[in-house]
Ligand binder design. Structure first.
Ligand code: ADP
Ligand code: MG
Length: 326
């Protein structure tokens, strides 16, 4: 099973940041409202996540570490939810096949916390009692220690850490109601406090910086079943903050070509900027109008009426940029 899991890991586990993404999505699926991450050496050494979610019962720990053991399909009632976050049931198995993984958890109703460790060639799971508050801790150490070919592709600590930070920022922008704490080598590097879902602006400020929030042009437009809410940087931010470029479709982070194209066209025609400065764009659209499953990593979507969506975004952003320019 280890080999099969390692092959599957090739799809899920590209680098430390992809581990972080899978772990955080699991915590969100488990209704966590607070997620803490401890990263050591850019994730090369350790990725540790703690959440306050529903936890995993003792007799389900082993299952959680085995392939295709998703607990989610049975409880899901509609396709949209299935598509929304992971449901393949192989992230933990894959990650544990290429790292030293331990899983410690305590559901609220259970008296004792338990820790599961995966060991040896056959990935036998051993269980022992542990001390842990309600919720889950996953400790992923020595990523790719047993797959040297893959380890070779790891970049510097700094680069891998940047990817992790980007994943956290992206997710934090889609879940302002969840608190995130990120530490690197023992130092807090990001702390996002939870705010109401109606206080998106405050989370944008936490993630992209107060300077961005203060200078950004804010707009909110609706047309039929499409809503666009955006914070748009201006030319003064070209240099410092063009790393803060995030777009979301129905709450999911996307690097969608159509959205980027519409943005670029707007910036070019109003401000004559060849590239966009920082932006945070949220698009909400009737789920029936969008096909989320185009790209396996789900960074891209297909809009049924792509021309219409493109022109709507472009016009909304043109209007916002020109009203502030004038
Ligand atoms: P999937 O998320 O696709 O179901 P994973 O391999 O990511 O598959 O996770 C396996 C299972 O482990 C999940 O279905 C869930 O039951 C459990 N699990 C993983 N992480 C957590 C967590 N942080 N809190 C509660 N349960 C979790
Ligand atoms: Mg998962």
């Amino acid at each position: 099973p280890r080999l099969a899991n390692q092959i599957a890991a090739g799809e899920v586990v590209e680098r430390p940041a992809s581990v972080v993404k899978e772990l955080v999505e699991n915590s969100l699926d488990a209704a966590a409202t607070r997620i803490e991450l401890d990263i050591e050496k850019g994730g090369h050494k350790r990725i540790k996540l703690r959440d306050n979610g529903i936890g995993i019962a003792k007799d389900e720990l082993e299952l959680a570490l085995s392939r295709h053991a998703t607990s989610k399909i049975a409880t899901l009632d509609d396709l949209e939810k299935i598509l929304s976050l992971g449901f393949r049931g192989e992230a933990l198995a894959s990650i544990s096949s290429v790292s030293r993984l331990s899983l410690t958890s305590k559901p609220a109703g259970q008296e004792q916390a338990w820790q599961a460790n995966c060991e040896g060639r056959d990935m036998a799971v051993s269980l022992q009692p542990a001390a842990h508050p309600d919720g889950t801790t996953i400790d992923v150490a020595d990523i790719f220690y047993n797959t040297p070919a893959r380890r070779k592709f790891l970049r510097t600590e700094k680069t891998e850490y940047q990817h992790i930070e980007d994943v956290i920022k992206r997710i934090a922008l889609s879940r302002p109601d969840v608190a995130f704490i990120l530490r690197h080598n023992g130092k807090v590097t990001k702390r996002f406090t939870a705010v109401g879902e109606d206080q998106l602006a405050s989370r944008v400020g936490q993630v992209c910086g107060q300077a961005f929030l203060q200078h950004a042009i804010h707009t909110r437009c609706e047309y039929d079943s499409i809503t666009l809410e955006a914070w748009l940087g201006d030319a003064s931010q070209m240099r410092s903050s063009n790393d803060c470029q995030y777009s979301f479709v129905n709450g999911r982070g996307m690097r969608d070509k159509l959205i980027l194209h519409a943005l670029r066209q707007a910036y070019e025609s109003v401000l004559a900027l060849p590239e966009q400065p920082a932006f945070v764009v949220y698009l909400t659209i009737d789920p029936k109008e969008v096909d989320v499953n185009v790209h396996p990593a789900k960074h891209e979507v297909r809009f049924q009426q792509s021309r219409l969506v493109h022109d709507f975004i472009c016009k909304a952003i043109c209007d916002a940029l020109s009203s502030s320019a004038g």
